[in-house]
Design a protein around this ligand. Structure first.
Ligand code: ATP
Ligand code: MG
Length: 183
């Protein structure tokens, strides 16, 4: 499962539609302070189903919507699309007939957020499981926030274990067990 494109509109500082191609190998993002590098990583985390406002450096979920500048009014809507190459057929059975998956998350002020995969409405859980199985969820150890290393060192053992489970690729199994127990 490979990420091939990230598209943003109205998300944080990316008010205008922005398209980012992700090629094989290493991608570097460079630019002056405040140009939006971290916002791009947050967009990636958000579209994969991040629910913690803290991991998105905001107070509430609507803080991801462009909040306006001196010259431009705020928006009411934010949308992030992640295009995933599924030619290795790693997606869960329900989505696995597709070569390409377009995962979209949108949020509208006062109306909350929703997800689609290839235009089909899905739950946050479906998106989270899709990426958790591929070892690259919103809480994946591959995405390192500022301050996260010291948090890890000071973490309680059970929280540290959660990071190891993500790294070992079994986080999806734990989430599924929890869901099965709720039913
Ligand atoms: P640094 O090099 O300092 O780490 P950076 O390139 O990572 O900078 P970001 O932190 O991604 O920069 O971007 C910060 C900018 O995004 C700030 O100018 C901030 O005002 C803007 N920003 C964040 N959230 C929003 C929002 N909801 N609406 C509009 N602008 C926002
Ligand atoms: Mg930054």
């Amino acid at each position: 499962m490979k990420f091939t494109q990230l598209r943003l509109a109205g998300f944080k500082s990316f008010v205008d539609p922005t398209e980012l191609r992700i090629d094989a190998g290493l991608t570097g993002i460079i630019g002056p302070n405040g140009c939006g590098k971290s916002n791009l990583l947050e967009a990636l985390r958000w579209v994969m189903g991040a629910t913690s406002a803290k991991s998105l450096r905001g107070g509430g979920m609507e803080d991801v919507i462009f909040s306006g500048t001196d010259s431009r009014p705020a928006r009411n809507h934010a949308e992030v699309t992640l295009v995933v190459d599924n030619s290795d057929r790693r997606a869960p059975a329900r989505f696995n007939e597709h070569d390409t998956l377009e995962v979209v998350r949108r949020i509208t002020r006062g109306k909350g957020s929703g997800y689609t995969i290839n235009d089909e409405d899905v739950r946050a859980k479906d998106v989270q499981l899709l990426f958790a199985d591929a070892g690259t969820g919103a809480n994946s150890p591959a995405l390192v926030r500022q301050g996260q290393i010291s948090e890890l060192i000071n973490a309680k053992p059970e929280n540290r274990r959660r990071v190891l489970e993500e790294a070992a690729g079994v986080a999806g199994l734990r989430a599924r067990r929890r869901e099965a127990q709720l039913k």
